[in-house]
Design a protein around this ligand. Structure first.
Ligand code: FE2
Length: 502
């Protein structure tokens, strides 16, 4: 496999200059891709002790380009690579593997990248394009999320990409997932698997009518329900939330004009502050005629924490950007849009919607600049008190996390652990103790990389004492570049139910 850089070349001064002579910071330093896959067992513990009741796997997806990209490189364009740390009986093992996407397979065969990344330029299909999907003209890298469903880990992409099934124990790509041939579509990155029913709730969206299609996939991997949702134009929804009876869809006033896309070959995203943010509450097996739309302050949300029902009210918490205007710095040239988009400004907010009366409320819960927010994901759809976020520093060139924040949504308090100077953290999911107990009885796990020598470790926090720092630090056998979303897969799903089904 030919790669464009060597893993050892991590000197931040060694900067690729692929775009109009402008340095691309997402290709060096802590973002430098690695060049190999690793399997390692019995990892060394640098400090502390791996708790015996930590049982399952931390998995994180992220961009790791294999070949030199075509045109400008956006951080979302790097080929997906999954890093997984498995914890069992007080021991840990590690695997990293690329997701073998259609694009990567054909590029390796051709020895070159043929599709543009998300900064274009795109060669759009002629006619109304209603059958076109994003990956037909834009490289789909499957580098963004990992979701447990039906005994497999599903890998998906930021911009609605094809779904890939991974073997949860080897990370091998086992299928271009079409759910029995019934869903030959791209799906949003943050599909939600209902932990009570095993159903997968998600949607497709794109640049052509009807702009959004909603799907329910059964616990058996078969399509259970599908309905089109007509929007006024192309939108950029990214997440969703679920409750036992509803799925909440997003329509934010941050989008691009499809005519500009056709005429220029570029997706020019603008914030339309004169329009509201809209949430569409659809019954789980509902049609678009049954959607109740609620309008709120304009803005944008990448990630929600959770949602739940209390009587006729739905409560939903998430990380809200009140002014997602993309302020391009002309000195950053062709990279200006990407760099501006990734300079995050937002805070924790609560929305409440009454599905019977149409009443609504919204409320800012805090002012810390936080994102990449997770509750105990085994409690998706039911009321949760705690969530775990990454703190994002202001006024930095690229997206990094400088602290782990635990929120108590009942009393509005938070606890912070600041990552030590020079260390970069990653999204940190909650891992329930096998002994059960209170909602936050368990651990929070993240991967951390030190900038000066690229030493990488898995850090385990006691979820009830985040501020005290990691209770164990596990040495990883290779560097982990900064990436996107992580998931915790409980051991009972990974090993027990899988073994029982065999
Ligand atoms: Fe995301």
């Amino acid at each position: 496999m030919r790669t464009y850089r060597e893993e050892a070349t991590v000197d931040p001064a060694d900067r690729p200059t692929w775009v109009d002579g402008i340095d691309n910071p997402y290709l060096h330093g802590p973002y430098t891709p690695v060049i190999s896959e690793i399997t390692a067992v019995d990892l060394q513990v640098a400090a502390g002790e791996i708790p015996a009741d930590l049982y399952g796997a931390y998995m994180r997806n992220g961009p790791n380009p294999v070949l030199e990209p075509k045109g400008a490189y956006h951080w979302f364009d790097g080929d997906g690579m999954v890093h997984a740390v498995y914890f069992r009986d007080g021991r840990a093992s590690y695997i990293r593997r690329w997701v073998r996407t259609r694009a990567l397979r054909s590029e390796i065969e051709d020895g070159r990248v043929t599709l543009s990344g998300i900064m274009g330029p795109f060669d759009l299909p002629q006619g109304d394009g209603s059958q076109a999907t994003n990956p037909d003209y834009c490289k789909d890298t499957s580098n963004t999320t990992l979701t447990w469903h039906n005994g497999r880990v599903l890998s998906n992409w930021y911009n609605a990409g094809r779904t890939y099934s991974l073997d949860p124990l080897t990370l091998d790509t086992v299928a271009d997932e079409t759910f029995g041939g019934a869903v030959d579509a791209t799906l949003n990155a943050h599909a939600k698997c209902d932990p009570r029913t095993g159903e997968l709730l998600n949607y497709d969206y794109g640049d052509f009518k009807s702009y959004l299609t909603y799907y329910v996939i059964g616990a058996d991997g078969k399509l259970k329900h599908k309905t089109r949702v007509d929007l006024a134009g192309p939108r950029l929804p990214h997440d969703t939330t679920i409750t036992p009876n509803y799925t909440i869809l997003h329509d934010f006033p941050l989008y691009h004009d499809v005519d500009v896309l056709r005429n220029t070959g570029h997706r020019v995203v603008e914030f339309h502050r004169e329009l509201p943010s809209r949430f569409g509450v659809i019954p789980r097996y509902g049609t678009q005629e049954q959607i109740k739309w609620f309008e709120f302050e304009p803005g944008y949300v990448l990630h929600m924490v959770n949602a739940w029902e209390e009587g006729d009210w739905i409560t939903m918490d998430g990380c809200f950007q009140p002014d997602p205007t993309i302020r391009r710095d002309p000195s950053e040239g062709a990279l200006g849009s990407m760099l501006a988009y990734l300079r995050y400004r937002g805070h924790l907010r609560r929305w409440r919607m009454n599905v019977r009366t149409g009443e609504k409320r919204e409320q800012q819960l805090d002012d810390l600049n936080v994102e990449f927010c997770l509750p105990d994901t085994q409690l998706y759809g039911v009321k949760t008190r705690y969530s775990y976020h990454q703190r994002i520093p202001l006024d930095v060139q690229t997206l990094v996390f400088d602290g782990l924040v635990k929120y108590d949504h009942e009393n509005g308090s938070h606890e912070v652990y600041e990552y030590p100077q020079g260390w970069y953290g990653n999204e940190a999911p909650f891992a329930k103790s096998t002994r059960g107990g209170a909602e936050d009885r368990g651990y929070v796990v993240t991967l951390a990389t030190r900038g000066k020598d690229y030493a990488s470790e898995a850090w385990i926090f006691d979820a009830q004492r985040i501020g005290k720092g990691p209770i164990a630090r596990v040495t990883l056998p290779g560097r982990v570049p900064i990436g996107f979303h992580a998931a915790w897969i409980p051991g009972r799903l990974l090993w027990q139910e899988k073994a029982a089904a065999a």
